[in-house]
Design a protein. Structure first.
Length: 168
């Protein structure tokens, strides 16, 4: 089974080709109603799903991977550039993605695996926390300077007398 998917945050339009029977079809799947999950769970055997790179689709990629299907993320600009007809509809987009997959012309992008995605998210979160800490420290430094305190690095260290007796 090969499926072209035009993904939107709340729904998706799919076009499919059963490579064994030659059967084709298309359908709109609403995410909130669970139609997408039901559709992909009902597929017999592993399917190849192609979709344009888009935001807010991580849950969908993980769902597809958990169900044992393969998902290819395509370069949206190259997919759009390969369009002969400029009038776009969601049905045409899904059918065009399916056509590119079948013809072997799908402009696939590299995507990190789940573990790498999680690590990247943690690093990004840590980076944001470090930025927040730096801003707070700089603001406190300016407040202390405006009040006439010039402690420099000592502003960020506790005097030895403030530590408990067992910590010394």
């Amino acid at each position: 089974m090969i499926i072209g998917c035009d993904f939107h945050p709340s729904w998706q339009q799919v076009s499919w080709l059963d490579t064994e029977t030659g059967e084709t079809g298309e359908q709109k799947l609403v995410h909130a109603e669970g139609q997408a999950q039901q559709f992909y769970q009902a597929l017999s055997g592993a399917a190849l799903i192609g979709m344009e790179a888009t935001g807010n689709s991580q849950w969908f990629v993980e769902l597809i991977e958990d169900l044992g299907h393969a998902i290819w993320i395509g370069d949206a600009a190259q997919i759009r550039a390969s369009y002969v007809r400029k009038q776009k509809t969601d049905k045409r987009d899904a059918a065009h993605i399916l056509k590119l997959l079948v013809e072997g012309r799908f402009p696939r992008l590299w995507a990190p695996d789940r573990e790498q995605r999680d690590l990247r998210q943690l690093v990004l979160h840590r980076h944001k926390l470090v930025l927040i800490r730096s801003r707070v420290k700089n603001e406190l430094q300016h407040l202390s300077l405006n009040k006439g305190m010039q402690k420099k690095r000592r502003l960020w260290s506790r005097p030895a007398s403030s530590y408990c007796a067992s910590c010394r």
